[in-house]
Design a protein around this ligand. Structure first.
Ligand code: PLP
Length: 483
């Protein structure tokens, strides 16, 4: 399988479209533009008919796995189907053709959407203030930590350290370090939850905050969270929730109610913008009332029936992004929330949870399940049993591609060896989940009977195993005529 470049299938004088004959006198370009701005020969562009162009891109889109093509159970990433109507509506010219420099009066509808979205996120999270400015989950974390710092400095006690469980997503420690705080790790216990005794030893008045992911990256709900919040607040620290994946909590648990002070959300996971591929995201941050004054500016302020922007920044941490953040992603989240309503959102979470547990129960006989409690929206298997036969988790991941299924997240969280982190999401049907179960069982059987099949996978993809280091660092994207 290969696809030629458009340059290679170009045929001289073939056109993709025709224009009506010019009905005004033609002028040479040099009469309209400075001559040094005019090129002397035509650009070397491919000449191709419209159907050929369409087929070219459709072929290319089939080379890669994507969520519109098949199951994509990538844990911690929430690769769920995102309704196309949200793309369509958020692409309306009223949304895409406004400019951040336009007057507030002329863009009041857009400000209203940001204001109402902020209100919905407050209701969903049980928090009091929101900024929509951060453009990703990781930037939300940085914002949250800067809010922590602004709060503690304002209280005359800047503090030095931030605590993080050893199961945390890599962006947590990265942001702590980038913000100049010292990082202290908290152990997980046998059950995969925060080890409260370890937390007690490490909590003191130097601690600015504790960053927790709940459900944690093993897909387990930190059931002692209220107690943890008490301990954290007792030393004057703040409790932060990495809420990148809210798929298990919608309409069921509000982070603000269980003691979180700061939460970031990933609109591009839970709220209808596809995640991955480096596309634009949005990582709003919610805070309790005592932290509102430290949020980035501008803030959307609700008056009686209108929303305005406030640039009042005496204690604000400043800005984290130019203008307001990625507006188009906010529009999609707004539509998604409005379309589902509170009952619909709750159904999202219930289905995400039942789908994850359905997979877990069906696979635990074939793959080692280190933590046996019911899971939330995702769960983590270990490939340790297969490894004894010489098949690594990476091999299992690669072989799934032969079944038309994207691999789960592998080798994360770091506290599970040979980890396979599986998140089916609520948008998959039982039939699709059963297909995944069948594929995983088949791979487990092949591992027993003929491990070479798994070790040499994938065989049904356009390319087999790439050198990932070279693929990421030595990109070769330039067309050379004689290549
Ligand atoms: C995805 C994710 C993040 C980071 O979000 P980005 O938008 O990719 O920066 C942080 N924490 C967790 C748990 C995540 O799953």
């Amino acid at each position: 399988m290969s696809e030629p470049l458009l340059f290679e299938i170009s045929e001289k004088d073939r056109t993709g479209f025709t224009l009506p004959k010019l009905d005004v006198p033609e002028k040479p370009l040099t009469e309209m533009l400075p001559s040094d701005a005019c090129r002397s020969d035509k650009p070397d562009l491919p000449e191709i008919s419209e159907p050929t162009v369409i087929r070219h891109f459709v072929h290319l889109s089939n080379f890669n796995h994507h969520v519109d093509k098949g199951f994509y159970p990538l844990g911690s990433c929430t690769m769920k189907y995102n309704p196309k109507i949200n793309d369509k509506l958020s692409s309306l010219p009223g949304f895409t053709e406004i400019h951040p420099f336009e007057n507030e009066e002329d863009t009041n509808g857009a400000i209203q959407i940001m204001g109402e979205l902020s209100d919905y996120l407050k209701i969903i999270s049980g928090l009091d203030g929101i900024t929509l400015q951060p453009s990703a989950g990781s930037q939300g974390e940085l914002t949250g930590i800067k809010i922590m710092r602004a709060y503690h400095e304002d209280n005359g006690d800047p503090r030095k350290t931030i605590l993080i469980p050893d199961s945390a997503h890599g962006t947590n420690p990265a942001n702590v370090t980038m913000s100049g705080y010292d990082l202290i790790q908290i152990k997980s216990n046998e059950a995969g939850l925060i080890d409260i005794d370890d937390l007690k030893i490490k909590l003191d008045e130097n601690v600015a905050g504790f960053m927790v992911t709940n459900p944690n990256t093993l897909g387990l709900f930190e059931k002692d969270i209220v107690k943890i919040a008490e301990l954290v607040h007792d030393v004057g620290a703040l409790l932060y929730m990495d809420g990148a994946n809210l798929n298990a909590l919608l309409g069921i648990v509000r982070p603000g109610d269980v003691g979180f002070d700061i939460v970031h959300f990933n609109l591009h996971k839970t709220f209808s913008t596809p995640h991955g591929g480096g596309g634009p995201g949005s990582g709003p941050v919610g805070v309790t009332s005592k932290l509102i004054e430290y949020l980035p500016t501008p803030q959307v302020i609700k008056n009686k029936n209108t929303f305005t922007l406030s640039y009042n920044k005496s204690k604000s941490m400043g800005r984290i992004h130019e203008f307001y953040g990625n507006f188009n992603v906010m529009v999609k989240a707004y539509i998604y929330i409005r379309m589902l309503g509170s009952e619909g959102l709750k159904r999202v979470s219930k289905n995400a949870i039942i789908n994850a547990n359905y997979l877990m129960k069906n696979l635990e006989k074939y793959y080692f399940l280190p933590h046996k409690q019911y899971a939330m929206h995702e769960f983590v298997l270990s490939g340790n049993w297969q490894k004894e036969k010489g098949v690594k988790t990476l091999d299992i991941a690669k072989h799934l591609l032969d079944f038309g299924i994207h691999a789960p997240t592998v080798y994360f969280p770091l506290i599970v060896s040979e980890a396979l982190m599986i998140e089916p999401t609520e948008t998959e049907s039982k039939q699709e989940l059963d297909r995944f179960i069948d594929a995983m069982i088949k791979i487990a059987q092949e591992t027993e009977e003929n491990p070479e099949i798994v070790k040499s996978a994938p065989t049904k993809t356009p390319v087999s195993r790439l050198n990932e280091g070279i693929a990421a660092r030595k990109l070769d994207v330039k067309f050379q005529e004689n290549d």
